[in-house]
Design a protein around this ligand. Structure first.
Ligand SMILES: Cc1cc2nc3c(=O)[nH]c(=O)nc-3n(C[C@H](O)[C@H](O)[C@H](O)COP(=O)(O)O)c2cc1C
Length: 393
């Protein structure tokens, strides 16, 4: 059922129906993936998480995307209490989330994830792996239970491990499809393993995965081919960004030429959509007339989820009108008010985001608890506030 009201009339693109590979969205609003580190220690989903995700569906979102979910019991987990889909038991634990979201009438996609070098909490192995043995810049993220200190130096991933990770992304996608997820997105952005291959300073390889952009994008392409083949019947896509959770300044050195290679090569694997995260907003990039998501659409011909500072509905509407995206993915605005679509459609004002809402993880009504404790709307957080305001993970 579509939402109606004065806001729905004022923002007709936001509230128009959408579709990706046969999956229907009641509107163009997508809950952008948000890590909540709220699973059990061994990566099982809790009842509380099911209620957390259901709240978004109840609030009128056209689609709910999960947080990043790790794919193996080796090096993919990046955060303590992160959920996994590496085992049948972990996969099965997601069923209550799928059922709860479907009961509210929304589709749900899973974001699958490998942290690579950005590892600050792994329940299964010591150490980390990456495209090359380069210590990540930046510090562990306190809001995800990180120590606030630097990251360990990863070991260079072997060719055998690369083949296994590619296969494991496929296994994860198949498991997600089997338990009822409507679609799958690979986290190919924000500085995690696939992005470590794409990025010049974390990929010093001299084989066919390093060097020119045609080589650096090869790992993404092989992962997406594996996911496509493993989940042929549901929409599959990939999240891409320039910036990283540990580096907000990185820009693709080849500009639009890199964009052309990246988006067209990945699209050629037969995927169904891109999700472009630009946490600083949808400003035009590389001297073109488009944001990164606009370029993704133009270079791939695929539907794109645009993301970054789109919680103001007039910005979200503009992104859709100008063809910078076919969908708008919203993170902090969704966390602040899971009823964002319903309230915008009704002409009401949603709660605004405050960094204090990020803690304490995916508890029930975390935003309402925040407002109850902070009636003046002022957060008590400090370090977390600073980190959260950047918000790109
Ligand atoms: C608490 C929090 C957790 C996040 N976790 C993820 C994640 O698991 N996967 C991901 O791709 N992006 C993650 N992000 C980034 C958001 O999806 C989004 O790209 C970013 O916040 C910018 O969008 P916004 O301006 O709507 O908040 C996270 C952001 C926040 C605030």
């Amino acid at each position: 059922m579509g939402l109606s009201g004065p806001g729905a009339e004022a923002y007709p693109h936001i509230f128009s129906r959408g579709k990706i590979k046969g999956v229907e969205f009641a509107n163009r609003c997508v809950v952008s993936p948000m890590t909540r580190t709220s699973a059990s220690e061994d990566g099982l989903v809790t009842d509380q998480m099911a209620e957390y995700y259901a709240r978004y569906a109840r609030g009128g979102w056209g689609m709910v995307m999960t947080e990043g979910v790790y794919i193996d019991l080796k090096y993919s987990q990046g955060y303590a209490f992160q959920p996994g889909i590496a085992t049948d038991e972990q996969a099965e634990s997601w069923r209550k989330v799928v059922d709860a979201v479907h009961a509210e009438g929304a589709p749900i996609f899973m974001q699958i994830f490998h942290c690579g070098a950005i590892n600050q909490g792994n329940n299964w192995v010591e150490g980390s792996i990456s495209a090359s043995a380069v210590t990540p810049v930046g510090e562990q993220i306190p809001r995800y239970r990180g120590a606030g200190t630097g990251f360990q130096t990863p070991r260079e991933i072997t060719r055998e491990e690369m083949a296994q990770v590619i296969e494991d992304f496929g296994h994860a996608a198949r498991r997600a499809a089997e338990i009822g997820f409507d679609g799958v997105e690979v986290h190919g952005a924000n500085g995690y393993l696939p992005d470590q291959f794409l990025t010049v300073h974390t990929n010093l390889r001299e084989d066919e995965y390093g060097g020119p952009i045609e080589n650096r994008v090869r790992f993404h392409c092989e992962v997406m081919q594996s996911v496509r083949d493993a989940a042929p019947d549901i929409p599959v896509g990939v999240r891409i960004s320039q910036t990283k959770v540990n580096d907000f300044t990185y820009v693709w050195p080849g500009g639009d030429d890199d964009a052309k290679v990246i988006f067209s090569a990945i699209a050629a694997t037969g995927i169904d959509f891109f999700d472009c995260s630009a946490h600083l907003g949808l400003d035009h990039v590389f001297g073109t007339d488009h944001s990164l998501s606009g370029l993704a659409h133009r270079h791939s011909g695929l539907p794109v989820m645009a993301n970054g500072k789109l919680q103001d509905p007039s910005e979200a509407e503009r992104a859709l009108v100008e063809g910078e995206g076919e969908f708008v993915a919203i993170a902090k605005g969704a966390m602040a008010d899971p009823k964002w679509p319903q309230k915008i459609a009704a002409g009401e004002t949603p709660y605004g985001f405050d960094p204090g809402m990020i803690m304490p993880y995916a508890t029930l009504d975390c935003n309402e608890a925040f407002w109850a404790e902070n009636p003046d709307g002022k957060s008590k957080t400090t370090v977390e506030a600073r980190d959260a305001a950047e918000g790109a993970t």
